[in-house]
Ligand binder design. Structure first.
Ligand code: ADP
Length: 269
């Protein structure tokens, strides 16, 4: 007889031992090793991401250390670069805290009927300001259904998809935001005419720190954690992320939610 506890990865077995039986306790360490490797990779990634901006800021501060006087006019560019790097670190720490909150699963998710149309109108305005006239941005609200969920998390997930579309679409491109019902399921879709993604990379996009083009992600202020946050939030809402993309043509990211989370207008689901 063998008892297995999947959490403890501990097996208890009675095995024949001469004319008697003995109790064998064994522990499968494969899972523990996997977790340990993930933890090590994660720490290495975070350290690497923080080291670059810290080196830049530290380097500039050292030049000031030896200077007799600080010439504000000449140093303006240096201050701007230090500010950019500090913001990058802030963004990274914010994303890390969000991920850790989502992963710890301790906090029960508070739920309400979220007015997605109102939320998307705000995100559309934010996208217009982020794009700064470089893209054609449209918003289509094909349903006025609300969604049972956590407003702060949904805003963060949808905001990530929208800001990615802006960041990975060259000037003059089109970005469409759409809220719709499809066979009872609710979907928020972001379609862009941007750089697209090679199909071989699509399954890895929601891994922490995974980026197709590290340089490009950094240049546009990315942390490599956005889609991993999106995936966690959708999972908490029993939803899923659909990604379709073609290199050089553009991408379609859809956040899909089951019918039981949809509150159609005039109906209380
Ligand atoms: P990042 O901060 O690097 O954007 P994300 O987790 O949000 O991190 O995205 C992971 C990677 O997926 C990005 O680095 C980029 O390579 C790719 N990606 C995400 N959204 C798009 C998009 N709309 N178009 C093309 N590539 C995208």
């Amino acid at each position: 007889k063998s008892l297995r506890n999947p959490d403890l990865t501990l097996s208890i077995q009675l095995v024949p031992f001469g004319d008697r039986q003995k109790l064998l306790l064994s522990r499968d360490v494969t899972q523990l090793e996997r977790v340990e490797t993930m933890r090590r990779d994660f720490v290495a990634n975070v350290s690497h991401e923080l080291r670059t901006p810290l080196t830049v800021v530290g380097g500039f501060l050292e030049t000031f250390e030896d200077a007799e006087q600080i010439n504000m006019q000449q140093s303006r560019r240096h201050f701007q670069l230090m500010l950019d790097q500090t913001r990058r670190m802030q963004g990274l720490v914010d994303d890390l805290l969000t991920l850790s909150r989502l992963e710890s699963n301790q906090e029960r998710m508070s739920e309400e009927a979220v007015d997605v149309c109102a939320l998307l109108q705000i995100l559309h305005k934010e996208a217009l300001s982020l794009s700064d006239g470089r893209h054609h941005l449209s918003l289509e609200l094909a349903t006025d259904s609300k969604l049972l969920g956590n407003e702060r998390d949904l805003r963060s997930a949808f905001g990530n998809l929208v800001s990615n579309a802006v960041r990975y679409t060259p000037e003059g491109g089109d970005i469409e935001l759409r809220w719709e019902l499809n066979n009872g399921e609710a979907r928020f879709c972001v379609k862009d005419s941007g750089i697209g993604i090679d199909p071989q990379y699509i399954s890895r996009l929601t891994e922490r720190f995974y980026r197709v083009d590290r340089g490009r992600s950094r240049e546009t202020g990315g942390t490599g954690l956005g889609l991993s946050i999106v995936k966690h939030i959708l999972t908490r809402h029993q939803g899923r992320l659909e990604i379709h993309s073609e290199p050089g043509k553009g991408s379609l990211f859809c956040a899909c939610f089951p019918a039981r989370r949809v509150i159609e207008s005039g109906k209380a689901n």
